[in-house]
Design a protein around this ligand. Structure first.
Ligand code: BG6
Length: 480
């Protein structure tokens, strides 16, 4: 591994993302020894004129929990320094650069390079100016080598044109290997497991195609609404917030062909091919919803047309998937919190057991909560009669891997950025292809040509969505 000083600069240090995700992830990495105090310094940068201790106090509450001793929290907080400045003026960034250099010199007793990681926990509107400032004032200047990398969060634009514009602006300042576009779903344990599952198991190789699979459903549900994020959410809606990125990334990993190797470029090449094979979305294969009460949020306009729920069917035009619907479904303020992939297999031809009413063979990968994989299959009902019943082969992570802590997505991804591994980050052409799929639909929603159906908070979402899934072939066992 590389040595030398490592500066991690969190821009937007007092914002929600930084407090809730970035700093806690850094703290976890620190506790596991990935951020050695003799190499690492962490800088918070934001506009407000506060002191180091003010920032530390704001973060502290998000780090303390049952498993983190207060002593560790205090030691970690001591690594954090605060620099205040605006996002578009030289002064603040010049000051930031000085502070980073000071730290680099203080650590220069160790031989090695200087590494600078800029984490933009900021709205995308300021990405171009911040990137310009970093490029101009804050790049790594060490003779001993090292690097400067930037990490950006979604939303990367609002549609194809704005995303491409943003990409070009950043692309003029940084090369692709320096840019880490985070989609935190790619850091989830069971999402990372998908490639292993598909390509390291003989079981799945011959079955994973249109001859055997009837439909694939990728679902995200949350049992709470937009909660204080109404202003942001209303501008984006559920398709931009969840489907165009998180669920689509999962779809890529489920549907892609085997990469030539595990090299990040090889994997991302295959993902792009899947995205480019997706057919245009048909209006009749979309159901939008909005939970009742969404507009009560004072930051949401009274007549908002923004969907908080959507079911969208994607069809992949290639040899493996022709005719297999990929049902993507996401919603806020529903009856449960869950993210899962359900692969439903076709019925057994010439069924002699008349077991089809009991349900199909189904392979379920539950991303959260309680990571699990289970396979629904038909077995003989134990006993004297020759009757059948549907049962499960179940791999529940909590039981099987007792005592193993599954890392948080952000923790893993930040470590990747330090190590320079871009496998789990979104490449520019991938992003473009993802926007190409959803932009026409998004424009129709933005123009008010498609309207969300109201649904009750705490429900399954609009009944029309279940009807659409059923029509596409998704089998749901009738409740007894
Ligand atoms: C974020 C969305 O990207 O993902 C949020 O902006 C959503 O709206 C969150 O709540 C869900 O992430 P997770 O990891 O809790 O499923």
């Amino acid at each position: 591994p590389e040595t030398g000083s490592l500066s991690i600069i969190v821009l937007g240090a007092s914002g929600d993302l930084a407090k809730k995700k970035t700093f806690p992830a850094l703290f976890n990495l620190y506790r596991q020894g990935f951020l050695p105090p003799d190499e690492v310094h962490i800088f918070g940068y934001a506009r407000s004129k506060i002191s180091d201790d003010d920032l530390r106090n704001r973060i502290r509450g998000y780090l303390v929990n049952d498993t983190s001793p207060l002593e560790d929290v205090s030691k970690f907080l001591q690594l954090i320094k605060y620099v205040s400045g605006s996002y578009d003026a030289a002064e603040g960034f010049q000051l930031l650069d000085k502070e980073i250099e000071k730290h680099e010199i203080s650590k220069s007793s160790r031989e090695g390079s200087s590494r600078r990681l800029f984490y933009l926990a900021l709205p995308p509107s300021v990405y171009p100016s911040v990137c310009r400032m970093i490029r101009k004032y804050c790049m790594n200047k060490s003779d001993l080598g090292g690097w400067t990398r930037i990490v950006v969060e979604k939303p990367f634009g609002k549609d194809l044109d704005s995303a491409e514009q943003l990409s070009s602006q950043i692309g003029e300042l940084f090369d692709e290997p320096q840019i880490y576009r985070i989609d935190h779903y790619l850091g989830k344990e069971l999402v990372q497991n998908l490639l292993v599952l598909r390509f390291a198991n003989r079981f799945f190789l011959p079955l994973w195609n249109r001859d055997n699979i009837d439909n694939v459903q990728i679902v995200f549900r949350e049992d709470f609404g937009t909660e204080g994020r109404g202003g942001y959410f209303d501008e984006y809606g559920i398709i931009r917030d969840i489907i165009q990125n998180h669920l689509l990334q999962v779809l890529c990993l489920v549907a892609m062909e085997k990469p030539v190797s595990l090299k990040p470029e090889h994997i991302r090449d295959e993902k792009v091919k899947v995205l480019q094979s997706v057919l245009p979305i048909k209006d009749e294969e979309v159901v939008l919803g909005q939970y009742e009460g969404y507009r009560n949020d004072p930051t949401v306009p009274d007549h908002s047309n923004t969907p908080t729920f959507a079911t969208v069917i994607l069809r992949i035009h290639n040899e493996r998937w022709e005719g297999v619907p990929f049902i993507l479904k996401a919603g806020k303020a529903l009856n449960s919190r869950k993210a899962e992939i359900r692969v439903q297999f076709k019925d057994v031809p010439g069924d002699i057991f008349k077991c089809q009413k009991q349900g199909r063979n189904e392979f379920v990968i539950r991303l959260q909560p309680s990571e699990a994989m289970y396979m629904k299959l038909t077995v003989k009902q134990p006993g004297l009669e020759m009757s059948t019943v549907q049962s499960e082969l179940d791999l529940s992570y909590r039981q099987r891997y007792q005592g193993v802590t599954i890392p948080e997505a952000y923790e893993r991804l930040i470590l990747d950025t330090i190590r320079g591994d871009q496998q789990h980050f979104v490449r520019r052409d991938e992003l473009k292809a993802a926007w190409e799929i959803f932009t026409p639909l998004l424009h129709r929603i933005d123009n008010g040509e498609m309207k969300p159906i109201p649904y009750q908070t705490g429900s399954r979402g609009p009944a029309e969505a279940d009807e659409l899934s059923a029509k596409a072939g998704f089998y749901k066992k009738p409740k007894k």
